[in-house]
Design a protein around this ligand. Structure first.
Ligand code: PFF
Length: 448
C-alpha cells in the first residue's frame, strides 16, 4: 500500500469539496424549518452573526490544524503539537460524532431519495392535500421502506468514498456542486414569479427581535457548527489534503459565504412557495416533506420544480455525507494502517447498523425513549447540541492558546507585523468563540 498522501488537485477542487461538505441537509432542510419556527428575520440575524464571529474563526482553526498536520483528525493534533497530546481526544470525539451524525443523516438522506423517486414518478399529481401529506406518515410507519432507503443512501456514500480523495470525493463534488448551484439558481429565479416572494423576503430579512427566544439564539449557535461541518474534524480531514502553501482565511470566508448563501436562497424559495399558498411558515421538520409537495402538486410547472428540488437536496446530502465518512476512513487507514476499501466497507456497515435505530424510531422503536428522546432525536441532540459545540470550543482553545500567535500568522499569511486581523482572530479563538459556545453547551446539557 502506498503511504503517499493524496491531495486535492487544485485549490478550487478543495473549495468545491469543502462547500460540498458544508452545504447539505443543514441548509436545505434544517435551516428553513428552524428559521420558520423561530420567527424568521431575528433568527437569521443571529445565525449570520454566529457564522461570522464564531464559525469563520473555527473554520480557519480546523483548516490550519489539518493543513499543518497533514494527517487525519486525531493525528493532526499530535503532528501540530506533540505525540500523545491529550488534545487528540478532540479527534476521538470527532470520530464518535462522525459515526452518530452519519447514521441519522443517512436516514434523512433516505427520505429525500424516497421523495425524489415519488416526484420523478409524478406521485404528488392529482392527489388531495391530505393524501400528499400522508406520504411522510406512510414512510415513517414502514420500517422496511425506511431501512431500505437508508441502505441505498449509505451505499451511495460508501461508493463515492471508496474512490478515494481524488477519484471519489473530488470527482463527484465537481459534478454535484455545479449542478446543485444551477438547480438552486433556477428555483430562485422561479420564486421571483411567485406572489409570495416579497413576503418571503420580509419574513427572512426584517428582524423582529420580540420573536426571538433564548432557545432560538442557542439553536442558531449550534446550527452554525452543524451547517459549516465544524467541531468534529471533517474540515481538519479535508484540510489535511490541502498542500501546505494555500492561504486559509480566504478559503474559510468563501466556504462560509457560499454555505450561507445557499441556506438563505433555499429559505427564500421555500417561503415564497409557502406564502404564495397562504400556509404556515412554522411547519417544523416536516416543512420539506409535507408543505412543499402539497404546494408543488398545485403549481404550474410543479412537476419539474419538485424533481429539481428533491434532486438538489439529494446531491447536497451526498456531498456532505461523504465528508462524514471520510473522517473515520482517514483515521483507520492512516493511523491503524488498514486497507482503504475494506475499511470503508466495514465502517459503512457499522454506521448503517447504528442508523437502523434511527430508521426504526418512527415505528417499531417509537416507544423506546432515552432521556425522553427517541434514538433519532437523541443522536441529533447529542451531536448538534453537545459534541459539535464542545469539539468547537476545544479546537478553538487549542488553536488560540496552544498553537497561538505563530499559527495565526501562518493561517493569515500576513507575516510578523501586528495587524488588527491577527489580534482579532487570536482573541476570538482564545476567548470570544469559546465563551459564546460554552453558553450553548451548558444549555444543551441542561436539555437532557
Ligand atoms: N454541514 C452539513 C449540513 O449542513 O448538512 C452536515 C455536516 C456534514 C455536519 C459534515 C458535520 C460534518 F462533519
Amino acid at each position: 500500500m502506498s503511504t503517499a498522501r493524496s491531495h486535492w488537485s487544485t485549490r478550487f477542487a478543495f473549495i468545491l469539496a469543502a462547500v460540498g461538505s458544508a452545504v447539505g441537509l443543514g441548509n436545505l432542510w434544517k435551516f428553513p424549518y428552524m428559521a420558520g419556527a423561530n420567527g424568521g428575520g431575528a433568527f437569521v440575524l443571529i445565525y449570520l452573526l454566529c457564522i461570522a464571529a464564531v464559525g469563520v474563526p473555527i473554520f480557519i482553526a480546523e483548516l490550519y490544524i489539518g493543513q499543518k498536520g497533514q494527517k487525519n483528525a486525531v493525528a493532526s493534533f499530535e503532528a501540530t503539537h506533540e505525540k500523545n497530546t491529550p488534545w487528540r481526544c478532540i479527534g476521538f470525539m470527532g470520530l464518535a460524532s462522525a459515526f452518530i451524525i452519519l447514521s441519522f443523516y443517512s436516514v434523512v438522506g433516505g427520505w429525500i431519495l424516497d421523495f425524489s423517486f415519488k416526484s420523478i414518478f409524478n406521485q404528488f399529481a392529482g392527489k388531495s392535500d391530505e393524501e400528499v401529506k400522508g406520504f411522510l406518515g406512510a414512510l415513517f410507519e414502514s420500517p422496511w421502506t425506511q431501512v431500505g432507503w437508508h441502505f441505498v443512501f449509505m451505499t451511495g456514500t460508501v461508493g463515492i468514498v471508496l474512490g478515494g480523495v481524488r477519484n471519489g470525493i473530488e470527482k463527484w463534488n465537481k459534478i454535484l456542486m455545479p449542478t446543485l448551484f444551477a438547480l438552486l439558481g433556477v428555483l430562485f429565479i422561479y420564486s421571483f414569479t411567485l406572489s409570495g416572494f416579497s413576503q418571503s423576503i420580509s419574513f427572512l430579512f426584517s428582524p423582529d427581535t420580540s420573536k426571538l427566544t433564548a432557545a432560538g439564539v442557542l439553536e442558531a449557535v449550534g446550527h452554525s457548527f452543524f451547517t459549516l461541518s465544524l467541531g468534529m474534524g471533517a474540515i481538519i480531514t479535508y484540510g489535511s489534503y490541502l498542500k501546505k502553501k494555500e492561504g486559509l482565511a480566504k478559503i474559510a470566508i468563501t466556504v462560509a459565504f457560499l454555505d450561507t448563501l445557499v441556506a438563505l436562497i433555499a429559505g427564500v424559495v421555500i417561503f415564497s412557495v409557502v406564502f404564495t399558498h397562504g400556509m404556515e411558515p412554522g411547519g417544523g421538520p416536516t416543512l420539506l416533506f409535507q408543505t412543499l409537495p402539497v404546494l408543488f402538486s398545485k403549481m404550474t410547472g410543479g412537476y419539474i420544480l419538485a424533481v429539481a428540488f428533491f434532486l438538489l437536496v439529494a446531491f447536497a446530502a451526498f456531498s456532505s455525507s461523504v465528508s462524514l465518512l471520510e473522517v473515520a476512513v482517514a483515521y483507520w487507514v492512516e493511523t491503524k494502517k488498514k486497507d482503504r476499501v475494506r475499511t470503508t466497507l466495514l465502517i459503512g456497515i457499522v454506521i448503517f447498523g447504528i442508523g437502523v435505530l434511527s430508521a426504526l424510531s418512527t415505528n417499531v422503536l417509537s416507544d423506546v425513549k432515552i432521556f425522553k428522546f427517541t434514538f433519532f432525536d437523541l443522536f441529533d441532540k447529542l451531536t448538534s447540541s453537545i459534541f459539535l459545540p464542545l469539539g468547537g470550543v476545544l479546537i478553538s482553545l487549542f488553536y488560540g492558546w496552544v498553537l497561538g500567535p505563530k499559527a495565526i500568522e501562518e493561517s493569515l499569511s500576513l507575516g510578523k507585523k501586528p495587524s488588527l486581523m491577527k489580534i482579532g482572530l487570536l482573541w476570538t479563538t482564545r476567548v470570544l468563540a469559546p465563551v459564546a459556545v460554552m453558553i450553548v453547551l451548558v444549555k444543551g446539557v441542561m436539555d437532557f
